[in-house]
Design a binder for this molecule. Structure first.
Ligand SMILES: Cc1ncc(COP(=O)(O)O)c(C=O)c1O
Length: 277
């Protein structure tokens, strides 16, 4: 039996993914507490697990939460970075490593999967891109836990969080459902503190521009999450030498996001997805 707790707000924003999960036989439970996002779904998932621990395995889709989940998810996802290590030399020559690896960060799993196999290669620059929402400011209208939060405890791990002066978790804000988490996996917090990786924030507006740029120039409709990483690539690539190799994780496709994008661009869509103009 597979039960998926998902924030009610995300059930709406990620409708095509919910439909796919149901087709594959999962029961999807919308979580209405809080603002109905990943944080609230993790609360309910953890509650179910500790209540039914004798017959239940808890799984989380990111490198956050209590040990051993951050480590397990990292190890599974690290196939991404391993494949980069295997495939890059086929195109760029024997022994060639990327000069920079970049990925978007919600809880941090796709990023950790790309970064992990390169942690010991000092020549590889590592950049994680958080959701800057409306801008990393005191109003917390963003989900940049590292660049705009501070250390605290949530979901069984100590990491950087969006929180008020009393340690209460704040909701944060991002155009992208997958980056809308007020924390970050603890291993990213460590990579930040040891300065092995850099973390930056990209705003909704910059991500939307990158989304459209990728559609127009590559014919690829990216998810809003990797659009954040792409926006940062667009910022730094012009400053780098021509032979500098950047590997960016295009961690999801954007069909789930086209209605959100249309709304932000002020385009009204009909029930069948037709542009009403
Ligand atoms: C396409 C996509 N990319 C990225 C993420 C962010 O998660 P993580 O930081 O764990 O990779 C999500 C989360 O739902 C997602 O759907």
């Amino acid at each position: 039996e597979c039960v998926i707790y998902m924030g009610a707000h995300d059930v709406e924003r990620q409708a095509p993914n919910v439909f796919r999960m149901k087709l594959l036989g999962a029961e999807v439970v919308p979580v209405t507490s809080g603002r109905g996002t990943l944080k609230d779904a993790m609360n309910d998932g953890l509650r179910d697990w500790v209540t039914n621990v004798h017959n239940t395995f808890y799984c989380i889709g990111t490198v956050a939460g209590p040990h051993p989940y951050p480590e397990m998810v990292r190890d599974f996802q690290s196939i991404i970075g391993k494949e980069v290590r295997w495939q890059l030399p086929e195109h760029e020559g024997e022994g060639r490593l990327p000069d920079t690896v970049i990925a978007a960060i919600g809880g941090g799993s796709n990023a950790m999967g790309l970064f992990y196999p390169f942690l010991d290669d000092e020549s590889v620059r590592i950049i994680g891109v958080e959701a800057g929402g409306k801008g990393v400011n005191d109003k917390m209208e963003h989900c940049a836990s590292l660049t705009g939060g501070r250390p605290g405890v949530l979901h069984g791990n100590r990491t950087y969080l969006l929180q008020d002066d009393d340690g209460q978790i704040l909701e944060g804000f991002s155009i992208s459902a997958g980056l809308d988490y007020p924390g970050i996996g603890p291993e990213h917090a460590w990579l930040n503190d040891t300065k092995r990786a850099e973390y930056v924030a990209i705003t909704d507006k910059e991500a939307l521009e990158a989304f459209q740029f990728s559609c127009r120039t590559e014919g690829i409709i990216p998810a809003l999450e990797p659009s954040h990483a792409l926006a940062h690539v667009m910022k730094i690539a012009p400053t780098l030498p021509k032979d500098h190799i950047i590997v960016m994780n295009m961690c999801g496709r954007g069909d789930k996001d086209i209605f959100t994008v249309a709304r932000h661009l002020g385009i009204e869509m009909g029930a069948e997805g037709r542009d009403m103009e």
